[in-house]
Design a protein around this ligand. Sequence first.
Ligand SMILES: [Zn+2]
Length: 267
Amino acid sequence: MTQTIIDCHVHINAYESLKNLTLAERIKALSDTMQANNVNQAIIISSYKINEERPSTSDILASVKNHDNIHVVAGFSINNHDDKSIEEYREYLKNGKIKGLKIYPGYEHYYPYDPKYQKVIDLCIEYDVPLMIHTGDTYTPQGKVRFAHPINVDDVAVDNPDLKIIICHLGNPWFLDCQEVIYKNKNVYADISGLVLGEFTEFYEKYLVGKIADFLNYAGEPEYLLYGTDWPISSMKSYLNFASKLDLDDQERDLIMYKNAQRLFKL
Ligand SMILES: [Zn+2]
């Protein structure tokens, strides 16, 4: 039997590899890449800002209408969104159009526990959808990583016990801190996306396989770990190859590759 795969973290911004393509063409590139890699479902996350390269959540929703296997999580930022966005997202949540929300603290220089994010947190709790939080290294040097450190997520988790949180990118490179926040808080999960630009080298792949083994040793059974890539920043093919090297039994593999995402995002 082939493995079911849900990639819970992809983007559709016009990054290098998708430059000069229309949104529809980029969606097609995603769909084709999923098919080529036997990826059953994917979740597109909209950006913290909207511009030529970065489509709005409503534009993304309109262009995935005919793709049952492509879902959407809406990005929210304090600087580029407002209460109107919150009301828009509330409608999408009511109608099941979006599966969660995401914030990008390191990119906009607020801690994830900043009271300005509380309305996003409350919305997630109200509709019982996960809040994804970018953690770790930022794709741009303008990011400030102290805001993106995974240890900050602990405050959010403790103060909002009914909120389900997904730490994106395992806090890379602060794996140990991410591990503790997950071990300690039953409402915190993590995705393994975005750990590489492009393809893994053999050396780096081995290093990360070891890091994830440490994770499982410390935090136990992986009900909290989700497969994701950060495509097109990371290669889907290389990521699947990396995932195949993780030391997991069939049950654990199913949890990480799709069951945890299915449960959390209600797919
Ligand atoms: Zn991402």
